[in-house]
Unconditional design. Structure first.
Length: 298
């Protein structure tokens, strides 16, 4: 099987590559800079090869993880534009590449986010729900997904992988979240009642493999565990796992002052369920946060 990935050198991409290599899948990783690999299952190509159509391999699956990190700094207008445009550009370039191919991929998995739904302390969202707000994250995801959906019109099975908070120590937010606890200054952030819809990195990989093997699954898929928790519950379990106190609460205004609009990532949340994963019998390796944290922080 031949798989093409964008963002393949990042947190989630590197986890996927390791799994694909174990299965002896041929991986083509699209990068902005020219790179080489000694691994026979990895070939690096650059975006110029893709956009100029000089890359001639017939690809079975395309996974698009490219995009500027939403955690790369305070959200100035310039950074917000970069976050949006980096996602639209890479996805548009892939759609244009699909259109030029005589033999198009069977499957296109496009990274997305549960920010699509907007934030709420009272509602529970699944893949059938529409956005309830037009904040920056929701509007960004909506534009991004609208571009990705063009692959469906080309006859390609398309999946919109809406990621929640991914837990792992090789990347993501967990390292930053545990740092205050290591210095005995940890505690819940904000009101504590905001929901955190999370997923362990191993279930991200496992769910993608599940989607590859089940040809009847398409459309949006929530990459979250079946056990979302509140911030208070999250901080309690985190402190218990690390054997550190959980007393120093971070008030809303302090984080808003420090991060500005970006503070919504932790001060607001949404309770999101993985309805399609459950309905298609995906077996979560880490369905509970306690198990996920104990495994990750052991």
């Amino acid at each position: 099987m031949k798989i093409l990935l964008t963002g393949g050198t990042g947190f989630i991409g590197s986890q996927l590559i390791n799994e694909f290599i174990r299965s002896e899948y041929q991986c083509y990783i699209v990068t902005r800079n020219i790179r080489t690999s000694t691994n026979p299952f990895i070939t690096y190509i650059n975006w110029d090869q893709l956009t100029s159509n000089s890359f001639r391999e017939s690809i079975d699956i395309v996974i698009n993880l490219a995009g500027e990190s939403i955690n790369s700094g305070r959200w100035s207008q310039r950074l917000k534009d970069k976050i949006l445009q980096s996602r639209l550009q890479s996805t548009n370039e892939l759609i244009a590449w699909f259109e030029r191919q005589a033999h198009r991929p069977n499957l296109f998995i496009n990274a997305s986010a549960i920010g699509y739904y907007g934030t709420s302390t009272s509602l529970t969202f699944n893949e059938h729900d529409k956005p309830i707000s037009n904040d920056f994250l929701a509007s960004t995801v909506l534009e991004w997904e609208n571009v990705a959906k063009k692959a469906e019109e080309l006859g390609i099975r398309t999946i919109l992988a809406r990621f929640g908070l991914v837990l792992g120590l090789s990347g993501g937010a967990l390292q930053k979240m545990i740092l205050p606890y290591k210095y005995f200054i940890g505690g819940p952030i904000g009101k504590g009642t905001q929901w955190i819809s999370w997923i362990h990195e191993k279930d991200v990989v496992g769910l993608i493999i599940h989607l590859i093997k089940n040809n009847d699954i398409h459309g949006p898929i929530n990459f979250v565990s079946p056990s979302p928790v509140t911030m208070n519950e999250f901080s309690t379990l985190l402190s218990s796992t690390l054997h550190r106190p959980n007393k120093l609460k971070v008030p809303d205004f302090a984080l808003q002052l420090l991060l500005g609009e970006m503070s919504m990532l932790v001060l607001e949340g949404q309770k999101v369920m993985p309805s399609k994963a459950i309905q298609t019998n995906y077996n979560f390796q880490f369905p509970s946060l306690k198990e996920a944290l104990q495994f990750t922080l052991k």
